[in-house]
Design a binder for this molecule. Sequence first.
Ligand SMILES: NC(=O)c1ccc[n+]([C@@H]2O[C@H](COP(=O)([O-])OP(=O)(O)OC[C@H]3O[C@@H](n4cnc5c(N)ncnc54)[C@H](OP(=O)(O)O)[C@@H]3O)[C@@H](O)[C@H]2O)c1
Length: 348
Amino acid sequence: MQTRPAGASGLTLPVLGVGCFAFGGGAYWGEQSQRDVDEVVAAALDHGVNFFDTAETYNGGASELALGHALRGRRDAALIGSKISPDHCYRAEVRRHCEASLTRLGTDRLDLYLIHWPLNANSLRHYTADAARLARPPEIGEALAALDELRREGKIRHLGVSNFGAAQLAEALATGVPLAVNELPYNLLSRGIEPALLPACAREGLGVLGYMSLAQGLLTGKFTSLDGLPPMRTRTLHFRGDRPGSRHGGPGCEAETLAALAALHAAAADAGVALGDLALAWAIGQPAVTCTLVGARNRAQLEANVRAATLPLSPAQRAELDRLTAPVLDRLGPVVDYYQSPTDSRSW
Ligand SMILES: NC(=O)c1ccc[n+]([C@@H]2O[C@H](COP(=O)([O-])OP(=O)(O)OC[C@H]3O[C@@H](n4cnc5c(N)ncnc54)[C@H](OP(=O)(O)O)[C@@H]3O)[C@@H](O)[C@H]2O)c1
């Protein structure tokens, strides 16, 4: 598997990484067997796809547990990234949460540890209803100082952030604590980071982890209508705000999304490849993204994604896919937080 350096951090990552959000199963993704997790992880390692992205919050810790189980005996062949939730970033709490993740994962170190969402009340509200916490979210300086202490002890190899906009990134970098990556949404229908944030990360020497590369399955073409999508997957700004679980309250841009999907289907048919393969090859072909994360539910999906990672995409094909999806980008703008309305965004 091809690799890329994560900015100036010294960390090198495969261009394709395994998203472990569904590991452990739960309300969001439904049932996920440990047997499939074990097979996905083993096959990924065999293919050199050795980066695994999890978080303490994924399925209440079950994702970390499942990943740790699957990595038994092969821990040293893997790079593990986990994330701390924003409401756990108070100075006195960081260590406890990091150590709990280490225990669940059955390891003594995290290769990458990220602050999952920016530290503000809008962000915390998603994790806690505690009025005192909402009134005083953790400060980035205290969070990074506590995390840096754990880095110096060797419990964390590299630190990073996730969903941080350019201003929040600048504030984090001003603390002087070294950051390796910013993890951000990136797929053909979610290109909001292209105009400003990707160049800002590159300027600052940060790598980028791209998440939701298949738009949670929509870009595989397996859903024939938006109404057929599982409810938790229709909460982004692309979809009408009155769909179940949605928080943005806006009109969405379903017409543009459906038109782009139809055009992408035609482009994939012309190229003689599956839509999902084309979408993944496009995401991986973005040189400003170090590692593209995809959530594979079973070995077959993982193998297909590995094949897509080597699919050649000419500059002309890439430009055409950019053109076909530009109406969605134009409509949604330079968004980082695809779940909340621009006036209520957690990222800026
Ligand atoms: N930092 C953050 O805030 C954040 C937010 C979201 C995600 N992430 C990370 O990014 C990772 C990837 O994002 P994601 O899992 O949300 O979405 P995704 O990778 O875009 O989509 C995953 C879904 O796509 C389908 N899929 C994957 N490979 C397939 C294949 N070859 N053929 C057919 N379907 C395939 C599966 O759907 P089915 O379940 O229908 O089979 C799978 O559940 C996550 O696992 C997580 O690690 C981070």
